[in-house]
Design a protein around this ligand. Structure first.
Ligand SMILES: Nc1ncnc2c1ncn2[C@@H]1O[C@H](COP(=O)(O)OP(=O)(O)OP(=O)(O)O)[C@@H](O)[C@H]1O
Ligand SMILES: [Mg+2]
Length: 292
């Protein structure tokens, strides 16, 4: 499998900032994977995405796209990537369809706008001015915009932010399908659900540094508690027992409990990605890193 992005010791400082926002980060995004950059507010996720899409140029270190230095890539790079910006940018006086046709006009390769709009439930609102759209409708339109040029790599920054669960699910399904068809995704988010359900690999970003890059499964094995929690009914009262997963088949107490009691729930004591994030980084995801 080829490497879509190879990032080495990436450093970046905003002109107005006192210190580096990115403090030397290195990672690879493989072709065909969904790579998640996860971190609390202010960690540097959007800054990283902006560098990878050539919006911020004065960085130190090296960024390679399929082996070529990003700095040497010309306009053709924009034919290959699709970008979902953190804050949707649309022309509010134009209709949704007019917006998409306008952006589609920049590209040689063109996706089927109607098909995409139907999928996200916006086709029936195609002639409505975007200024009259709800937040969630703008977010969905923003996602469609990212797919207009049938990109080889998709950048998504907080892609489901502001969506209700049904619409978030539709977008996540579309991202998974895009990957299945061979696409590569760079997803930055602070939302655990997005990461757990979608990402093949995750990088934890805190205060401009990456602290761990791994698969969700490896992280769960490494930091998860290997336990099973059983809730059962005892004389009308709910009781709880916790067992180690190791050797559970031979654990008589566990087996007897299953045989003799009315079981209400059984859960493996999986540590959530949110708990893992806190263990690995010592930072709550909803904290700003400066506060630490
Ligand atoms: N244009 C700018 N000029 C100066 N500093 C900036 C600029 N944009 C971002 N920053 C700072 O850089 C740091 C990283 O910001 P960034 O937007 O990359 O964070 P993030 O991880 O995407 O956070 P969030 O989850 O809130 O979107 C923050 O401290 C932020 O204040
Ligand atoms: Mg951001």
């Amino acid at each position: 499998m080829s490497v879509a992005f190879s990032v080495q010791d990436l450093r970046f400082k905003y002109p107005s900032a006192k210190e580096d926002t990115l403090k030397g980060i290195s990672f690879e995004v493989k072709e065909g994977e969904i790579f998640g950059l996860l971190g609390p507010s202010g960690a540097g996720k959007s800054t990283t995405q902006k560098i990878l899409i050539k919006l911020l140029e004065d960085y130190k270190g090296s960024v390679k796209y399929f082996g070529k230095d990003l700095k040497d890539l010309g306009k053709s790079y924009y034919e290959e990537i699709g970008v979902g910006f953190e804050v949707p940018v649309h022309f509010s006086k134009l209709t949704a369809l007019e917006n998409l046709k306008f952006y589609s006009g920049f590209y040689k390769s063109k996706a089927d706008i109607r098909e995409l709009m139907e999928r996200v439930g916006l086709w029936e609102y195609r002639d409505k001015k975007v200024g009259e759209f709800s937040k969630g409708m703008k977010v969905r339109l923003n996602f469609v915009r990212a797919l207009l040029n049938k990109p080889r790599v998709l950048f998504l920054d907080e892609v489901t932010n502001g969506l209700d669960p049904k619409n978030a699910r539709i977008i996540k399904d579309m991202i998974a399908e895009y990957r299945k068809d061979g696409g590569t995704v760079f997803l930055s988010t602070h939302l655990m659900n997005d990461v757990e359900q979608l990402c093949d690999r995750i990088a934890f970003c805190v205060n401009g540094s990456l602290v761990e890059v791994s698969t969700p499964r490896e992280l769960k094995l490494k930091y998860g508690k290997r336990e099973v929690k059983v809730e059962y009914n005892e004389n009308g009262n709910l009781s709880t027992a916790v067992f180690s997963l190791d050797g559970i088949g031979e654990n008589e107490e566990f087996v007897n409990l299953l045989k003799s009691k009315q079981i209400e729930t059984i859960h493996s004591g999986e540590t959530s990605m949110e708990e893992i994030f806190i263990i690995v980084t010592g930072v709550e995801l909803n904290e700003r890193t400066e506060a630490v």
